[in-house]
Design a protein around this ligand. Sequence first.
Ligand SMILES: [Zn+2]
Length: 260
Amino acid sequence: MSAVNLQGFVINSLDYEDYAQIITVFSLQFGKITLYAPGVRKITSKNRYAVQLFCKSDFEIFKSRQVDTMSKLKSGVIITNYENLAKDFMSYLYVQGVCDIVDQLATFGLPDGEVYNLLDLVLDNINQDNKRFATYVFALYYLLGLAGTKLDLSRCVRCFKQKPWYRRFDYKDRGLVCLNCLHPNENKQSQSFVNIFQKLNKCSFAEMLKLDYNFIDLIALHVFLIDYYESDNGMVVPVFKSFKDTASTRIPEHCKVDYI
Ligand SMILES: [Zn+2]
């Protein structure tokens, strides 16, 4: 086996044997890859920083040619350790949620520049406390692409016509509803909330993060996305449990009418 180089984010790690770890890296070159990292838990190991969870590192590996055998770490050099994540529990949970979803949904060996850039932005923004809740929530939305269950936000979910405006996002129908298609018992929702879905249809992840948002709109989107991942995609994401009944999923009582 000859050594190859890759750059990536450590999205999962598991202690193995006495001093080894099995790490999962999302790399630019090979997408998701699992590495056997011998000796990295010895304090004398030169590679111990590069394999830390949620770090960005350069790796030199012996790449396995078979799908069912693991590649082996030769050496690693840390690029960024995102040191603030360890100091703030919520930041840590946001990153853990995003990395867990990538780990569960990404295909082994399939490079994906969009997901790589998303992870880069997520780790950077959340580490710098820059729009960290919006970054986390929109990352959940864009990662639906990996699950193959992206929402169709290009037209009304009931009449299938493209309209300049929509009046609600229907949680059950999983789509935007135009004024003509509102049922008599249905509310118009907060327009800024509905507009987010129209923007999601047009903008990239990075473009979305340049805009400003009402915090309660983001909470409502978060609640919907958790439900969508759990019920439609059948996924178990442990951090979602930690967010239930916290400020990140609680719409204040007097605002609830705008999101029904
Ligand atoms: Zn319609």
